[in-house]
Design a protein around this ligand. Structure first.
Ligand SMILES: [Zn+2]
Length: 88
């Protein structure tokens, strides 16, 4: 039956999206709390002083600087954009 297949597909879509939600929630939890021992980008050891100074740090200073300079403006823009859409 063709109808049975499409229903299965819809259930699978729901499962996929709830898994994505769980992954996103786990990621944001990690970001807030646990500092990584090694840079997520280049694998360099992140100095302990930096891990203590920046809770939830995931990048070494070098990679963090690169991302800040390339994405910093974008982040500000996105934050402003989502605030805007909440007001409307
Ligand atoms: Zn790095």
């Amino acid at each position: 039956m063709a109808g049975g297949w499409s229903r299965d597909g819809a259930v699978q879509d729901q499962i996929d999206s709830s898994v994505e939600d769980a992954v996103a929630a786990a990621r944001s939890r990690l970001r807030d709390g646990v500092s990584l021992l090694h840079c997520e980008e280049c694998g360099e050891v992140i100095p302990e002083a930096r891990r203590i100074a920046v809770p939830g740090v995931r990048l070494c200073l070098h990679c963090q600087n690169e991302i800040d300079s390339s994405q910093g403006k974008q982040h500000l823009f996105n934050r402003r954009g989502s605030k805007d859409s909440q007001l409307r």
